[in-house]
Structures are given as structure tokens and as C-alpha cells.
Design a binder for this molecule. Structure first.
Ligand code: SF4
Length: 222
């Protein structure tokens, strides 16, 4: 690719992120733009975390969140209660109990499966703890979103999740057995381990600013 083509592509990507940002803000989300994961971490620690004054934090599964390193920093904060709901050393019963507890935290961190250029979030959950927390419970929610998650509209988001994100996500969960782990295609299965159970479309943040979005100008997550 020539330098001028790369420049045009970069400009187009930035314009797309800006459009997405404006649409999200119009829908009452608080939005930050980050060039990369390290900047997303700085924004969290310097701009988002201090005014919230969170005493408790938890999170929902998100490769993009993990890539930012935010969790590692927060885990080291003295006086901050961190509710861990994913450790393999915990029993299933304890994990579920902690996930219920996590719905009452001051700050919940996670990602989203898709965000539209019209400023809406589209998510699909297996257990529901992530979409529950995005919807209601934690006082503040922060979502980390790579540019690859931006889609034109809700229909395109649903299609991307079904065809791309969900089969890839199933591959991450080795203890589960779904047909898409073999074929990489969604067959709308009836497996007991099906990871696609609850759709959630968030049209606006309520109350205004409760959901904060960090748009990252990198390909991150599935
Ligand atoms: S519905 Fe079943 S086959 Fe389709 S992505 Fe989800 S788990 Fe895989």
C-alpha cells in the first residue's frame, strides 16, 4: 500500500471514530478516544476513575479490557474492593454468587460486541452477567471498544456477532462444547453449552453519562 493510500485509510478511520463518538454522545454516553490500549488505560486512571471515587469494582469478560491493563492497575489500588468472578480456582457456585454481588459495585468494566455508527451498543451474552451490569446495577460502567467493533447499524451488528464474534468466542471456552467450535460457523444450535442466549441493545445511557465508552483506534477483541 502506498503512503498516500495509508494516509487516506487513517483519515477515514479517524473520521469513522469521530462520527461514532458524536453519535454516542448524542445518545448520552460519555465518550473518550484513545489511540491505543495504553492511552485507554491512562484515560481510565486519570480522567474516569478519580471523579467516580469508586470503592468497589468488578468486570465482565472482554479481551479488549484485558489488553488495556486497567484491571492489573486497579487490583493494586489500596482500599479498592475488587470482586473477581472468573478465577478457575473458584467453584461454579461461588462464581455465580460473586457475579450477583458484582451487580452492586461502583464501577463495572467490560467491552461490547458491536457499536453502531448511530451510537448504539449491541451485545450477546451466555450467562447474562455482562449485559445485566451494562443495563442496571453498577453505578458506573466503562466499555473498551476497538475500532473493528464499529458497524453501520444494529442489523449489521447482529450479523457480525452471529457470524464472526460468537463462533470465535466459543473457541476461547475449551470447557464448552458447541458445533461452531468445529465449523467456525453459527448454526443457531441447541447445545446445552450454547453461548448465545441473551441479546441486549443499548440505545442510550441512562442516567446520562452512566455508561462511559473508550473508543480505541486499534483492532482489539473479537
Ligand atoms: S448459537 Fe451455537 S453455533 Fe451459533 S455461535 Fe452460538 S454457540 Fe455457536
Amino acid at each position: 500500500m502506498t503512503g498516500s493510500m495509508e494516509g487516506t485509510r487513517d483519515t477515514n478511520t479517524r473520521q469513522r471514530l469521530e462520527r461514532c463518538r458524536r453519535a454516542l454522545e448524542k445518545n448520552h454516553f460519555e465518550v473518550y478516544l484513545a489511540a491505543h490500549c495504553a492511552e485507554a488505560r491512562e484515560i481510565t486512571l486519570e480522567k474516569i476513575f478519580p471523579p467516580i471515587g469508586a470503592k468497589s469494582v468488578s468486570w465482565g469478560d472482554s479481551l479488549t479490557l484485558y489488553a488495556t491493563g486497567v484491571l492489573d492497575m486497579l487490583k493494586e489500588r489500596p482500599g479498592l474492593e475488587v470482586i473477581e468472578t472468573f478465577s478457575e480456582s473458584l467453584s461454579r457456585e461461588t462464581i455465580l454468587s460473586r457475579r450477583r454481588e458484582a451487580l452492586g459495585v461502583d464501577l463495572f468494566l467490560t467491552g461490547t460486541n458491536a457499536v453502531t455508527e448511530t451510537g448504539k451498543l449491541v451485545n450477546l451474552d451466555m450467562v447474562g452477567n455482562r449485559v445485566s451490569a451494562i443495563t442496571f446495577g453498577p453505578k458506573h460502567v466503562v466499555l473498551y471498544i476497538g475500532r473493528n467493533k464499529i458497524v453501520p447499524n444494529v442489523a449489521a451488528g447482529i450479523e457480525r456477532i452471529r457470524k464472526v464474534a460468537a463462533p470465535r468466542n466459543a473457541l476461547r471456552h475449551h470447557h464448552l462444547q458447541t458445533p461452531c467450535q468445529e465449523t467456525s460457523c453459527c448454526t443457531d444450535c441447541d447445545s446445552p453449552d450454547r453461548i448465545c442466549n441473551t441479546w441486549c441493545i443499548t440505545e442510550k445511557s441512562y442516567p446520562r453519562g452512566r455508561i462511559k465508552v473508550v473508543l480505541i483506534n486499534r483492532e482489539e477483541g473479537l
